[in-house]
Unconditional design. Structure first.
Length: 726
């Protein structure tokens, strides 16, 4: 039998095709690239079809994948799969020859069909195999062997600067080994694979949401949020082995409400040591998963040797050598065989030593990179930046001690104290807000909950469910009686602050609600959305008064003027817009020097608008004239959040203190004197993006919410210390 590839052919499976080179129905060629003869259709779904083909050059049966959708995104994913597979050489990965990707034009068609020929992996996938055996769980010994195989495959993938992003039973093939002694595994479907590069990691660190690939039950929370990292593969790997060891889909199990861990162990016959490893792979926070494939392999070896109990909950991570040990400029691709693992571990430990310093606590992001030079250059840059920052701070302190107009040694690291760290949520903390009386703190998270905290003690007072959807924004009313939240359910919810009771739900947005702000008098609530609009709601009547349209991309930040009916909005389209909230009229548009504005804030005196961008710059504008007053350059990393401190003044002089939260490549909080453009100090402690900052009304407390699942509470100098000496 032969098959015609033309989607418009009236009889593509005509038996007479086996005797011809040209289709007698549509005139299209039946032999592709003068070597591939299509034998039969294997399956179809999604964007493509899969065929069995005969390669006449090598006398082999292979698989042909054909993209039937010309959507640019689908084409890009298809081309990526071809690129990844052509670079990877491993018996557990379908082999693609350099000329395996090509385009084919059916007769009288001006649109090409994208084709990819790859090695035929005979056998069935693990989902089919488990169904054939009525979902009977596998033994631990088999699980250990299979996990070793998959870790070896993933090492090859990560070593080539890629990660898979869609590991699950249906994407793992089971085939007999060449010796016939046991089954061998192969990882397939690399259409969702992602290249790990400095640019990619910088975008993730800056809060940029990348293309999401979601397989329910197997996809980790950070990937659902569009922030996949190489360790996302480990989460999916752990969930896959839960399915194999328990014979049940991961979604059939409950999660521990305190830790987020999956409660699966009672359904599987597995040793504590191996179960600990599986739980470690599935840790909700990627920083708590093994750093790389070598860490997993080493722990598997301790299990084989009967020493796995030495680390009951955390697999052993190889100890890094001193930071002076260089990472090889051109790492040699390691052999997939186990006896080469020790030398490979030494090379990866060298890279770990560099990247661990670079990320200052978030070493997970750069570990799989083979571009060691990139890591060394980033490391050197950050060391130099930190050194320069210390020198600048010391110089500024000397200047302040000598200048009669200097600020009196404010905001030094000694005066700002970290008083509490709250392990607040199972997933990242997207938004926080302090009540006007400084008693309560509200937080919203990707874990689909809102929480109310006692600010003084850090004790949790209430947990509120946000309709089973992620929370992106929260704000507390200046009147102190209510707070509002918004998230992925596209609604704005109004809650009683003391009671936690849901009072009202505002509907109207067609995309995620990404930012919320109350007017200074508490009578108007503004909401910004991924649909590119800002909506103004009158709270007394619970009605929509204005829909502000003009942004061409999602609106991610809002700020009300404290003294006039003005509202600023910042968007991913790279602009900041100023609106009259009484009339709904657009008054001013500023074009940022970056294509993404991440945050906006208006000074307490209502004179200055600050915008923070993905490029790491903060632009200060006159709110009334529109003039660009000053550009601040963050020490390193993108700007994710902004907040002005309340004014503290004596002798008629004023100092504007601006707090700036950064992305995960530099997850610090910087304090600047916005009126002079001077960097004052840097607060460290978070391990990932600082999504939100909130400052108490009296300026004595700074709170920060982060992707690392924590809230930090900082004690600031009192406003009496924020003064200028004459």
């Amino acid at each position: 039998m032969s098959y015609c590839l033309n989607p418009k052919c009236p009889n593509p499976a005509d038996p007479w095709h086996a005797h011809n080179r040209i289709c007698c129905h549509c005139g299209s060629s039946l032999v592709l690239q003068q070597r591939y003869h299509i034998k039969r259709l294997l399956g179809e779904g999604g964007f493509g079809k899969t065929f069995e083909v005969e390669d006449h050059h090598h006398l082999q049966t292979k698989v042909l994948k054909v993209l039937i959708d010309d959507n640019p995104k689908a084409v890009a994913l298809f081309e990526r799969e071809a690129q990844v597979l052509s670079r990877l050489q491993h018996p557990g990965i379908p082999k693609v020859e350099p000329d395996g990707y090509f385009t084919f034009y059916p007769r009288n068609s001006h649109k090409p069909l994208h084709c990819l020929v790859m090695e035929l992996i005979e056998g069935c996938n693990l989902e089919e195999w488990m169904a054939q055996r009525q979902h009977q769980p596998i033994t631990e010994s088999r699980a250990v062997d299979w996990l070793k195989q998959l870790v070896e495959i993933l090492h090859q993938v990560h070593h080539q600067n890629y990660f898979h992003r869609d590991i699950k039973p249906s994407n793992i093939m089971l085939r007999p080994s060449k010796t016939g002694e046991d089954w061998q595994l192969a990882l397939i479907d690399f259409g969702t694979a992602r290249e790990v590069s400095g640019t990619y990691l910088a975008k993730v660190g800056a809060g940029h949401r990348m293309t999401g690939i979601v397989s329910p039950g197997y996809t980790p929370p950070e990937q659902i949020n569009g922030k996949a990292v190489p360790q996302s593969d480990f989460f999916a790997l752990g969930r896959t082995f839960v399915y194999l060891l328990a014979g049940r889909h991961p979604n059939d199990f409950q999660e521990d409400p305190r830790t987020g861990e999956l409660r699966w162990r009672e359904s599987a016959r597995v040793s504590e040591n191996f179960a600990n490893l599986i739980d470690r792979l599935m840790s909700p926070f990627p920083g708590n998963r093994p750093h790389n494939t070598d860490a997993i392999s080493q722990y598997l070896e301790t299990i084989d040797q009967g020493t796995g109990g030495s680390s009951p909950r955390h697999p052993v991570t190889p100890s890094p050598p001193p930071p002076t040990s260089p990472s090889p400029r051109h790492p040699v691709t390691p052999s997939p065989h186990t006896h080469h693992r020790s030398s490979r571990s030494r090379r990866w430990r060298a890279k770990k030593a560099v990247t661990k310093k670079v990320l200052m606590g978030t070493a997970i992001l750069l570990l799989p990179l083979s571009a060691a030079q990139f890591s060394r250059e980033i490391d050197a840059f950050l060391r130099q930046a930190m050194s320069s920052m210390r020198r600048e701070t010391a110089t500024n302190m000397v200047k302040m001690s000598r200048s009669p107009d200097a600020i009196s040694a404010i905001y030094s690291l000694q005066q700002i104290a970290l008083t509490n760290t709250i392990s607040a949520h199972l997933w990242g903390v997207n938004a926080i807000a302090i009540s006007p009386d400084n008693r309560l703190l509200v937080s919203g998270s990707a874990d689909k909950t809102l929480k109310i905290w006692d600010l003084a003690t850090g004790d949790q007072r209430q947990v509120l469910d946000h309709n089973g959807e992620q929370v992106s924004a929260v704000a507390v009313s200046p009147k102190g009686f209510t707070f509002a939240s918004g998230g992925s359910d596209r609604t704005v919810k109004l809650w009683g602050l003391e009671s936690g009771k849901l009072l009202w739900t505002f509907e109207g947005h067609s995309g995620w609600v990404l930012a919320i702000a109350y007017s200074p008098d508490g009578n108007i609530l503004a909401s910004a959305s991924a649909d590119g609009t800002v909506k103004l709601w009158e709270l007394a009547s619970a009605t929509l008064t204005h829909t502000l349209s003009g942004h061409t991309s999602q609106v991610v930040s809002l700020a009300f003027s404290p003294r006039e009916p003005l509202l600023a909005s910042g968007s991913d389209d790279g602009t900041i817009k100023l609106w009259n909230t009484t009339t709904g009229k657009l008054l001013q548009t500023w074009q940022s020097n970056s294509w993404r504005v991440r945050s906006v804030a208006i000074s307490p005196d209502g004179k200055i608008l600050a915008s923070g961008s993905e490029s790491g710059t903060i632009q200060l504008y006159s709110l009334h004239t529109g003039e660009l007053l000053r550009t601040l350059h963050r020490q390193s990393g993108a700007v994710q959040s902004l907040a002005f401190m309340p004014l503290g003044a004596t002798s008629g002089a004023e100092t504007l203190i601006l707090a700036i939260g950064g992305g995960s490549l530099d997850s610090t909080i910087e304090l600047w004197d916005a009126s002079k453009g001077e960097h004052l100090s840097t607060l460290t402690g978070h391990r990932d993006t600082v999504h939100s900052l909130s400052i108490s009304a009296d300026g004595t407390i700074l709170t920060s919410g982060s992707e690392d699942n924590t809230i930090k509470i900082w004690r600031l100098p009192s406003t009496g210390q924020i003064s200028i000496e004459k």
